[in-house]
Design a protein. Sequence first.
Length: 100
Amino acid sequence: MTTNNHPAHGPVSLDRLHQIREHLLHDTQYSNGENRAYILTDMLKVLDEVLAGRNAEPVADVVAWYKEGEERTCDIRWRRFDVAPGPLYAVPPKPASNNL
């Protein structure tokens, strides 16, 4: 079995996401309003959400510690949801939509 190390088989870099977004934006400017234009616009929205998630900054840190004789119910809750020590990120807010 051969291993293919081509970049297309790995994760997409942040630079590549920006290149794809610019290419799609260019295509939407020259589309004629058919179904393809709507698909391109939806793809741009998806890319914008992915880029917003990649640029997220941590809003807090989960710190693992234990103090003898102290009961900590929040630690039990954290363990139940398998939250490991490390940074916590906020979900970027969804853009407001006028299509209600």
